[in-house]
Design a protein around this ligand. Structure first.
Ligand code: DGJ
Length: 840
C-alpha cells in the first residue's frame, strides 16, 4: 500500500511501514522504517520527524532560504556530494564542465498500480501463474477484490507492467504497488527517478534508480546506487557473508562504530568473497526476536554495500553497483538504470527476516517452469571422474545411479574439444568423439533408455588460449592486447560487452542444447576478472566494461531460458562465486560450493539460509575421505546435510560397497517422500553451534539445528548435527521451530543400523572371544551383525515440541551401548520427521 499524505509518502507492507517526507528544501527526508505503525494523516508522522532549528557545529547550511538545514545531519532518501552532505553518496556525477556538485530537488511523483519492468536488468516481478498479484491478495482481505489475474509469462517478463495504466494521484485501498519520485538537478537539468515497489505479503520493498540526462551535454556517472536508508541510530550490527572458494557464506558480525564499513566485490562477479546479501540488526537480536533488516541486490557483478555511522549518531546504508572500476558516459537524452535492491524488516529476529527473504525470492525472483516444481535427484560425474570421462564410464555410473533411485544423470566437465584437463578447449563446443563416439545424442539416448534424464555441464563465458575458438578470435576476450595476461584457471573471459559475442554464445549453446534431449544444464564460470579491457571499445567507455559484461550475460541467459523453457538450469561459478538474486532471475538453483564436506556444508548452507531459500541451494553427497578436506563423515550425515538443499550425489557409485549403496537407495526413497517439504518448506535455523541459548541458559555446544516445515505446517523435518564429541555430555534436546502450537504431531527419528566396526576394539567388551580390530573375524561380524540405532517415537503438541524441546535418547558416553543409546560420534547427525495428527 502506498499513500501520499500532503508531502509525506507512506509505504506499508503487511507488517512494516516505510515513510519519508519532502522538505521545504526539496530534499526527501527519511522518517521511518520498521514495524508497521499507524499513520492516517500527515500530522500523525510529526512525532517521527526531526525538528530542524539550526545547523549543528561547523556543518554547512543548505541554502540561504533554509538556514536550519544542514544536509550533513539529515536522514535522506538519497544523497550526493557538494551541498554539505559528506557521507557515503548515492549519486556521483562529473558534469560536462568538470564540476561534481549535484543538487537534486523534488519535482513530482507518480504512483503506479503495476510494477514497471527494468529495461535491461532483471527485476522482481509481481505474480506467479494464475496467482493474483500481492496487492490483490491484500485487497481480498479488505473485501475489495477487483484484481486481475495475470499469466506467469506476463508477470515474469514484465509484459504486465509495460501495459500498466498510470493511476490517479489520489489512491485508495491496497491498489498501488509502485511509487516513482522524480528529482531534478537545479543547475544541470539531470533527472533522477527513484522507484519503490511494495511486495505487501512478503514484507519486502524494492528500490532502484534511473538517471536521465536532460542536460544537453554528456556527463560521466561515477556512481548510481540502488537504495539508501539513513537510520536514526548508531548501535546497529552489520552482518556480512564472506568467504573464498570452497568456504562460502561465513557469517561475520560487525558492531558499527563511527566511520564506514564496506562489503563489496571487485571480482567481476557477485563473488564468494562477499555476498551482496547483508543484514543490519540490533545488538541483542537473535534468531527469533529483535530488529533485523535484510538487504540484497538483483545483480551478478561488482556490488557495494556500505554502512556509515556519522558523527551525529545516524547510520547510512547504501547498496548498488561497486563504484570502484565503474564510470559510465551518459549522452544527452540517455538514461542509466541501477540494479534493483530488495530489503525487508522483521522484529522476529534473523529467522523472521530470512522467512521474508525466502518467500520473496521464491515468489518474486525465481521464475519459469521450474519455479515451484520438485527438483530431481541427480548424479554428477565431476567428483566421480573429473575430466577422465568416456561413454563406458558414464554409462556404468548412470546404471549404478538408476539402481539407487537417481532420476537425472549429469555429465560434468571434459566432454568437448580435446579437454582432458583445465588447460584447453573452452569455446570449442563440439563433442570429443574419442570420449563419446555417439556424440551427445548417442550418450543421451542411452542414458534415457536406462530411465534417467540427461544433463550437461557448460562454461559458455570462457575460452582457453588452447582452443580453436581463441585462435580464430583473440580479439573477443577481455584482455589488453600486447600485454601479459594474468591467467586464472588457464582460461580467458569472453567479452560479453560485445553483441557478437553474446550472439555467438546464444547460437553455440542453442546448438548444444538442441543436439540431444537435454533436461538440465549446469552453467559454470570459473575465474575472476583481470586485465579488464574491451578490445576496440573507445577509451572513454572502458569504465563501463564490468557493468556491460553483466548486461550482456543477462541478455544471453534471458534468451536461452526463453528458447529452452523446459531445461532446469543450475548456476555455478567455481561453486558459490556468483550466488545472487540476479542469477536466480534466470536459473532457479545454484551450486552453492565446491566444498562437499558435510561439516563445512552444514555451515555454508546455514550461511546461505539467512538470505536465500533452500530450493535455490544445490547440495551433493560425495565420497569420503572428502575431496576438499580429506575428512571422513558418515554416509548418513552427508545425506542429512545435502537433503536440506536440492539433493544430488557426486561420487563414484560404481566403486562403492553394497552397504553404502543400500544406504543411498534408502536415502533417496526417503527423500522423495519428503522433498516437497525440504525443497519448498519454510526453513528455520535453530540454535547455532557454539552459541549459548539465552532462553535455555545453557550452551548448545557443537550442535547445529535446522527445521523445515511445510507451508500448511502439517509436516516437518528436523536436523541436528554435532561437530566434535565432548565425553559425558549425553543429554541433548532437539527444538523444532515453526510448528502449529495447537496441533498434535507424531515425532520420529530415522532409525539407523550401526556397523560394529564403528566401535573399534570395544567389540571385545561384549564378544565371548577376543576379536582383532579390522581382522577377518571383525569383518565377518560386521557384515552379518548390525546393531540397532536408537528409536525416538513420540506424540505431542506443537507447543510442547517447540518450547519444551524433544529430550533425545542419551548419546554414547563411554559407558556401554544399547538401542536406547544415541550413537553420536564426531560429525554425527540425525533427521527427525513430524506429521500433524490432529488439532486441539
Ligand atoms: C567448478 C565447479 O564448481 C565444479 O563443480 C565442476 O563443475 C568444475 N568447475 C568443472 O570444471
Amino acid at each position: 500500500m502506498i499513500r501520499y499524505l500532503d508531502g509525506l509518502f507512506v509505504l506499508d507492507t503487511a507488517n512494516t511501514t516505510y515513510a519519508f517526507k519532502i522538505l521545504p528544501t526539496g530534499q526527501p527526508e527519511h522518517i521511518y522504517y520498521g514495524r508497521r505503525i499507524r499513520i492516517e494523516g500527515a500530522s500523525d508522522a510529526d512525532i517521527l520527524v526531526e525538528k530542524h532549528a539550526f545547523v549543528p557545529g561547523n556543518t554547512n547550511v543548505y541554502d540561504k532560504e533554509h538556514m536550519q538545514y544542514s544536509l550533513e545531519d539529515m536522514r535522506l532518501e538519497f544523497s550526493s556530494y557538494g551541498k554539505g552532505d559528506i557521507r557515503e553518496p548515492f549519486v556521483e556525477i562529473i558534469h560536462h564542465d568538470g564540476g561534481r556538485t549535484c543538487d537534486f530537488v523534488y519535482s513530482d511523483y507518480v504512483i503506479n498500480s503495476r510494477k514497471t519492468a527494468l529495461k535491461a536488468l532483471p527485476g522482481a516481478y509481481m505474480a506467479g501463474i494464475g496467482e493474483k498479484t500481492d496487492v490483490a491478495l491484500s485487497r481480498t482481505a479488505e473485501g475489495n477484490d477487483n484484481s486481475k489475474t495475470v499469466t506467469r509469462e506476463q508477470a515474469e517478463t514484465g509484459e504486465e507492467a509495460e501495459k500498466a495504466e498510470k493511476t490517479e494521484k489520489t489512491v485508495t485501498g491496497y491498489d498501488p504497488v509502485e511509487l516513482v519520485v522524480i528529482y531534478t538537478d537545479k543547475f544541470y537539468g539531470l533527472v533522477l527517478k527513484l522507484y519503490y515497489d511494495v511486495f505487501y505479503d512478503t514484507d519486502v520493498i524494492t528500490r532502484r534508480s534511473v538517471l536521465t540526462n536532460d542536460s544537453g551535454e554528456t556527463v560521466d556517472i561515477e556512481r548510481l546506487m540502488s537504495m539508501q536508508i539513513d537510520f536514526n541510530r548508531d548501535d546497529l550490527v552489520m552482518t556480512t557473508f564472506t568467504g573464498a572458494w570452497a568456504r562460502e557464506m561465513k557469517r561475520e558480525d560487525i558492531s558499527l562504530k563511527r566511520g564506514k564499513f564496506i562489503n563489496s566485490s571487485f571480482t567481476g562477479t557477485s563473488s564468494s568473497r562477499a555476498n551482496p546479501f547483508v543484514m543490519l540488526s540490533g545488538s541483542t537480536t537473535d534468531e527469533d526476536k529483535g530488529d533485523c533488516y535484510g538487504f540484497n541486490l538483483i545483480y551478478s557483478g561488482n556490488h557495494f554495500e556500505a554502512a556509515e555511522v556519522s558523527p551525529y549518531g545516524k547510520t547510512r546504508f547504501v547498496n548498488g553497483i561497486n563504484p570502484a572500476g565503474f564510470s559510465w558516459k551518459l549522452a544527452p537524452g540517455e538514461s542509466f538504470e541501477s540494479p534493483e535492491a530488495f530489503f525487508t524488516y522483521s522484529h522476529n529476529g534473523f529467522n523472521g527476516m530470512s522467512r521474508n527473504m525466502h518467500e520473496f525470492i521464491r515468489r518474486h525472483i525465481v521464475r519459469g517452469e521450474w519455479k515451484d516444481r520438485i527438483r530431481p535427484v541427480l548424479i554428477n560425474s565431476w567428483e566421480a571422474n573429473y575430466f577422465n570421462i568416456s561413454e563406458r564410464k558414464l554409462l556404468s555410473l548412470a546404471k549404478a545411479a538408476k539402481d539407487v533411485g537417481i532420476e537425472l544423470f549429469v555429465m560434468d566437465d571434459g566432454w568437448f574439444g580435446h579437454r582432458n584437463d583445465d588447460t584447453s578447449s573452452l569455446g570449442d563446443w563440439f563433442v570429443n568423439k574419442d570420449k563419446l563416439p555417439g556424440g551427445l545424442k548417442g550418450l543421451c539416448d542411452k542414458i534415457k533408455a536406462l530411465g534417467l534424464d540427461f544433463g550437461i555441464w557448460v562454461e559458455p563465458e570462457m575460452t582457453n588460449v588452447d582452443s580453436l575458438f581463441y585462435q580464430a578470435h583473440p580479439d573477443l576476450t577481455l584482455e589488453i592486447p600486447g600485454k601479459d595476461h594474468s591467467e586464472g584457471r588457464n582460461q580467458r573471459i569472453l567479452d560479453l560487452t560485445k553483441e557478437e559475442v553474446q550472439d555467438y554464445i546464444i547460437d553455440s549453446m542453442t546448438t548444444v542444447f538442441s543436439s540431444a534431449d537435454i533436461s538440465y544444464v549446469k552453467w559454470d564460470m570459473n575465474r575472476t576478472f583481470t586485465d579488464v579491457f574491451s578490445q576496440g571499445m573507445p577509451a572513454e567507455h572502458q569504465g563501463e566494461v564490468f557493468h556491460r559484461y553483466v548486461l550482456g550475460l543477462y541478455r544471453v541467459m534471458g534468451e536461452l531460458i526463453k528458447r529452452f523453457p523446459h531445461i532446469l538450469f543450475e548456476g555455478c561459478a567455481a561453486g558459490g562465486n556468483r550466488f545472487d538474486a540476479g542469477i536466480l532471475c534466470y536459473f532457479p538453483q545454484i551450486w552453492a560450493s565446491d566444498d562437499t564436506d558435510a561439516l563445512c556444508r552444514s555451515k555454508i548452507q546455514t550461511g546461505y539460509s539467512y538470505g536465500y531459500p533452500m530450493s535455490t541451494v544445490s547440495a551433493h553427497v560425495s565420497s569420503c575421505p572428502n575431496h576438499q578436506t580429506l575428512r571422513d563423515t558418515s554416509i548418513e550425515t552427508r545425506f542429512n546435510v545435502a537433503a536440506f538443499g536440492v539433493l544430488g550425489y557426486e561420487c563414484n557409485l560404481c566403486d562403492m560397497g553394497s552397504e553404502d549403496l543400500t544406504a543411498i537407495r534408502a536415502q533417496i526413497e526417503l527423500y522423495k517422500k519428503w522433498r516437497d517439504v525440504l525443497q519448498f518448506g519454510t526453513f528455520i535455523r535453530g540454535r547455532v553451534a557454539g552459541a549459548t541459548d539465552e532462553v535455555l541458559g545453557k550452551s548448545f555446544g557443537d550442535l547445529t539445528e535446522w527445521t523445515c516445515v511445510s507451508g500448511d505446517k502439517k509436516r516437518a523435518v528436523g536436523f541436528i548435527m554435532q561437530k566434535l564429541v565432548s565425553p559425558n555430555t549425553q543429554y541433548a534436546s532437539y527444538y523444532p521451530r515453526g510448528l502449529d502450537p495447537e496441533a498434535k504431531y507424531s515425532f520420529k527419528n530415522r532409525k539407523l543400523k550401526i556397523n560394529v566396526m564403528e566401535f573399534g576394539d570395544l567389540v571385545n567388551t561384549v564378544a565371548p572371544v577376543h576379536i582383532k580390530q579390522g581382522g577377518l573375524a571383525h569383518n565377518i561380524i560386521a557384515k552379518f551383525v548390525k546393531m540397532d540405532g536408537e528409536e525416538e517415537a513420540y506424540e505431542s503438541y506443537g507447543d510442547a515440541l517447540m518450547y519444551g524441546g524433544v529430550s533425545l535418547k542419551p548419546a554414547f558416553s563411554g559407558t556401554g551401548y544399547s538401542d536406547e543409546v544415541r550413537f553420536f560420534r564426531d560429525f554425527a547427525s540425525r533427521i527427525y520427521f513430524m506429521v500433524q495428527k490432529s488439532k486441539a
